[in-house]
Design a protein around this ligand. Structure first.
Ligand code: GLU
Length: 472
């Protein structure tokens, strides 16, 4: 236990909350829970051109849904400008920052003339300019020098100051830049461990120099998490891939399944073990065991996890998880009768789905008139003579059944198969399509029993009419 440990999750609210962000939040949270330390939520919203309130709400609602709860915050950087101002004054007073009025064009032009790499050349560093509405504040990188980032995942990464520009910390309009606000907050909030995405590693030497310049005594530890890639090994991107946590929630993922899967993106508890409770994750997780190579975000595998978690639910909780997804359909009125029927079907559906949206789609045929897609009319109902014959024969047989139970239905259908010398599977196909509008679904005879004799006979007759074989 290290109860003075303090981590933070510091998202910039510039878009839908990304699965990579969720993984970063989760790892921070696991580290805090394991150590008995604190997890801070800090919204880094200083870039007013890219931030929007709806993204902040999206982050908060997604984290709450996943169960990643914060001990402090949410802090908002836009409400903390006095801290950044104090830091800026100090850096100016101590000669560690300077005002610069070079335009982008001038900087590029000089780089071209130098023939060296693009970037700022320190032109205003010793010019002692005063502040105007055209000057930005730059941090004076100590030269010469080297900064080493002791990264807990990648080991030591060495940065020569020759490759670091005097970077801007305050824009000409007075707003602080990301790295300044980020470091000032980490100092002020007494963050002891910075766990964040790999894309921030190149900025970390600048952050470390700022920590020192601002007189921080103990620097936090650093760990940069591996990037997430798709099946083509490309970095996950919102243009190419489904990345928004919100989308997965709407598709019918269970939060614990998603948390379990996200935990494995770059980390493994060892052996072949993959399914872990939250408590086990907290006990076993160690940031130093995280792999530095890119982690494959495999949506199919995550969906498989979801199926496993769905099957572990008890019936009541499966039903209540399904309700919001049923409510999205206009055929669902939520009446007591519908609920009772859904409860009867639910155990069969629970066995067969890996998303809660699929569960709602799979039971639709019980609650609304059947719709048979035209490709199934052609490929199943109009297939040769046999489908029409099967529909006709079984309509007759089912009409005479006294006890309309799945046991009886099973028995008479099998007997019919024996008579005509066809396997059950082939006989079931047109019946299923006629009754449910799909080739897959819950077990057929149980479904027929629940549909009831009247609806069953009606749908079989309608299917026969559809293919034009209603003559006796
Ligand atoms: N605000 C940064 C981001 O959203 C995170 C910075 C950090 O964790 O230090 O990428």
């Amino acid at each position: 236990m290290n109860s003075s440990l303090k981590v933070r999750f510091a998202p910039s609210p510039t878009g839908y909350f990304h699965v990579g962000g969720a993984r970063t939040a989760l790892y921070n949270w696991l580290v805090a829970r394991k150590a008995g330390g604190k997890f801070v939520l800090r919204i880094e919203d200083t870039d007013e051109t890219r931030n929007a309130e709806e993204w902040v709400e999206g982050i908060i609602s997604a984290l709450s849904w996943l169960g990643i709860v914060w001990d402090e915050g949410p802090y908002r950087q836009t409400q903390r400008s006095e801290f950044y101002q104090k830091a800026v004054d100090r850096l100016i007073d101590e000669g560690k920052a300077y005002w610069c009025d070079c335009t982008r064009e001038q900087i590029d032009q000089r780089a071209k003339e130098r023939g060296g790499p693009p970037g700022y050349d320190g032109f205003c560093r010793d010019k002692n300019r005063s502040r105007t509405d055209k000057t930005a504040l730059r941090f004076k990188i100590p030269r010469p020098g080297v900064t080493v980032v002791h990264d807990k995942i990648r080991g030591d990464v060495v940065f020569d100051h020759d490759n670091l520009d005097d970077f801007i910390i305050v824009k000409s309009n007075g707003s602080p830049l990301f790295v300044l606000a980020n470091v000032v907050d980490d100092i002020e909030m007494k963050i002891t461990y910075v766990i964040r995405a790999e894309e921030h590693l190149p900025t970390t030497p600048k952050a470390i120099l700022l920590f020192h310049a601002l007189g921080a005594k103990d620097l936090p530890l650093f760990a940069h998490l591996p990037v997430l890639v798709n099946a083509k090994r490309q970095k996950l991107s919102k243009r190419r891939d489904r990345v928004a946590v919100e989308d997965y929630r709407e598709m019918g993922y269970l939060a614990p399944a998603m948390v379990n899967y996200l935990a494995l993106l770059g980390w493994s508890p060892g052996g072949d073990r993959e399914f872990l409770t939250l408590q086990e994750m907290i006990e076993l997780f160690d940031i130093e065991d995280v792999n530095h190579s890119p982690a494959f975000f495999d949506e199919q595998k995550m969906q498989h996890f979801n199926g496993v978690y769905i099957r572990q639910l008890d019936l009541d909780s499966f039903v209540s998880h399904c309700l919001p997804f049923l409510e999205k359909h206009d055929w669902w009125a939520g009446s007591g009768k519908q609920l009772q029927l859904f409860r009867q079907i639910a155990p069969m559906v629970q066995e067969r789905v890996s998303l809660l949206t699929e569960a709602a789609e799979m039971v639709a045929f019980f609650f609304r008139p059947v719709e048979i897609p035209s490709d199934l009319v052609d490929s199943v109902l109009r297939k040769g003579e046999s489908a029409a014959q099967i529909l006709k024969d079984l309509s007759g047989i089912y009409a005479h059944l006294k006890r309309f139970t799945h046991g009886e239905l099973n028995e008479v259908t099998r007997a019919y198969c024996d008579t005509i010398g066809m396997p059950l599977r082939k006989v079931q196909a047109p019946i299923r399509v006629a009754l449910t509008g799909s080739k897959i679904g819950p077990p057929l005879f149980e479904s027929i029993e629940l549909l009831g004799k009247e609806v069953t006979l009606f749908r079989l007759a309608a299917a026969r009419e559809l293919i034009g074989t209603t003559q006796p």
